[in-house]
Design a protein around this ligand. Sequence first.
Ligand SMILES: [Zn+2]
Length: 308
Amino acid sequence: MVQSLAKGANFVYTYISAAYKMPLFLRSTTLNYIVIDLEWNQKIHRGSMRALGEIIEIGAVKMNEDMEILDELCIVVRPSVYNGMHPHVKKIVHLDEETLANGVLFEDAAKQLRDFCGEEFCFLSWGDEDASILMENLAYYGLELDFASYHYDMQRIYRQQKETEPGQNQRALAWCVEALGIEAQEGEYHSALTDARYAAQILKHLDMERAARDNSGRYYPNSRQIQSHFAKFRTHAQQGQGLPTCKFCGKPSRVILDMFSFTGNSMIVIAHCKDHGYFSSIFSRKRVRKKNPNALRGTASKQNKKQD
Ligand SMILES: [Zn+2]
C-alpha cells in the first residue's frame, strides 16, 4: 500500500518534470509558477556544523505561463525548534513574538502550500537557499519531499538572461527591482509575501522557456557536492551507521546523499533514490569530544601538556 502510494507520487513527479520539458503545443495542461519566499530562524549559538534553518514565514505568488498572477499565499509558522529568535533574524523580519505564537504548525503550513500549488507547478525563488531550507524543514518533519524538489533559482536565471556586468552573479532582489523599474509593492522587504511579490514582478521579465533549457530545475547536487556530502556523512555519523537505504527498494547503490542538517544530537540526511525520489533519514550524530582526541593517547597527551 505504502509502496504503491510512493510509486504513484514518483510517477506524478516524473510526469510534472516531463510535462515542462515538452513543447507548448504538445502539452495538454499548463504549469503554474509558484514564486516562493521564506523567512527562517537560526540557532543562536551556531557550531561548526550546519543547523536547521526553521521556517517562520512562507510567502508565495502563483502565476500561470502567461505570467498572470492567479493567487497569493502568506503563512506565519509557529516556531517549535528553537527557543528565541536569532538577533540577526529578529532585526530583519517583520514578525513579533505574538504573531509568531499565533502562527500555524509547520505540518499544516506545508499542507496549505501543497494545496495552493495546484496539479502541475514548479517553484521559483531568489537564490538557492529557499529551495534547501524548504527541503530541510520538510525532511525534519518527515513530510513528502518530491513536491518541493522542482525548483528554479531566479537569481541564476537573471544572471543568465539579464546581467550585463561580467562577474556579477548574486544581485540582490531590491537591486533588480530597481534596475527593471518595477513599481513598489505592498509591504516591506523581508516580509515573505512582499519579497515573493517583487520576485513575481521580476519573473515577468524573464524567459522561462529559455530558463528551462538552460537549467534542470531539479533539486540535485552536482558531483562535487555529492562527494563532499558522503565525506561529511562519514565524518559526522556515529560509527557503524551505514549509508541510508531507500525505504522502497532497499538499494543503497541507487541512492545519492544530498544534504545534511543538524539539530541537537541528530543529523537529518536528505537522500535521493533514482527510482523512488527523495526521502529523508535521521541519524545519530557522532559525539563531539571537547578535548583534543589525541589526549586519550598517552604520548600525545604528554606532548599536549608540554605545549600548554
Ligand atoms: Zn528506491
